[in-house]
Ligand binder design. Sequence first.
Ligand code: FAD
Length: 389
Amino acid sequence: MSERRERFDVLVVGGGPIGLACAWTALRRGLSVCVLERDKVGSGASDVAAGMLAPVGEASWGEESLLELNLASHALWPAFAEELRDASGMDPGYSRSGALHVALDRDETEELRRQHELHREHDLESEWLTASACRELEPGLAPRLAGGVFVPHEGAADPRALVASLAAAVRVGGGSIEEGVEVVRADTGPPCSVRTADGRERSAEHLVLATGCHSGQTEWLDPGERPRVRPVKGEIVTLRERGGERVCSRIVVGDRLYMVPRPDGRLLVGATVEEKGFDTTVTAGGVHELLRESYRTLPETAEMELVEIRAGLRPGTPDNAPILGWGPGAVVFATGHFRNGILLAPATADAVAALVSGEAPAIDLRPFSPGRFAGTPAVAAAPGPGGSG
Ligand SMILES: Cc1cc2nc3c(=O)[nH]c(=O)nc-3n(C[C@H](O)[C@H](O)[C@H](O)COP(=O)(O)OP(=O)(O)OC[C@H]3O[C@@H](n4cnc5c(N)ncnc54)[C@H](O)[C@@H]3O)c2cc1C
């Protein structure tokens, strides 16, 4: 077979939201970019994700650096969405409906009060609401409601629409995207070179590793150099309204689930959090739990059409924060975004584009450095509550 060799400023391995956002942002800085995706763009976790942009809802005790990063990326989203729409001519499905977190019994109320305490400690915008105030916002909520917390500025993007618009923006901007091309070997450089399963080689000044939950298995890196990423399974159900009746107009988050309404009448009900390796089987138990909790929270969901059931693999890390920064040679790691890869796409892309341009990123990447887990196993942090991305 004759070998073609091609040269770029940046090679991005992985065509998910992270790889594509990095590619688009690097292109806008005038770099030549090629994205290599082993399947189709957006065929990883983003194909299943709900797309909540929820830095406050995702806040957890002891995860201050992640909270700061999530807030910084959330602040970038309005301009990111608008520029992406302009560049691609496609809508990434960004909206800011607000998120209502609800408690249905005493235990859930106590847990929600703890969450609200955390919000207040960090000066985050959220408001405690009585049950009747919650019902004024969302009349479809269950009668046994005990109270809630409203987070006004949170919203969502549609991950499939986001990937489609990012891919279009990359192509319009002169970047190349190759699908069905698996990277099987790489020299970390500088300069970097990669070999794909079809025997072709490409080289670049920099290589960005954005292979999501597969990045911990990167065989062309020494075991000690591989990012500490593991797959964390999430099952999610999509319902659709019938007869134009919406069951909610905001994101509704319960103790064990979230519900994200889309403008086209779909309602995403997610998500389980399971340590099952690379298994993506949809299970009766997982779906039962989601449907039971959705009925318990918004009873009218029982009347909705069930249109899709999926399971995806989040790229989890030992401390739930992403892995961002220099790996070996001229490789940049952009992985491990766990429950927040959609939310973190703009901030990740800015940071990675700065690194490959030889500049200092606007955000402090030290808490997310690839080397921070030296000597710790890939599986550590307990899975978060069900009502998470
Ligand atoms: C059920 C569920 C709900 C979620 N909800 C939310 C949410 O509400 N908000 C939020 O912000 N995030 C959410 N997430 C998380 C989000 O989907 C991920 O963090 C995000 O998709 C990570 O993006 P990525 O590009 O790193 O990885 P992925 O989206 O997984 O993409 C990685 C890509 O790399 C490709 N690839 C892998 N290996 C190779 C190789 N060797 N060569 C070439 N290509 C390769 C894969 O085919 C894939 O297309 C959710 C995830 C799940 C599963």
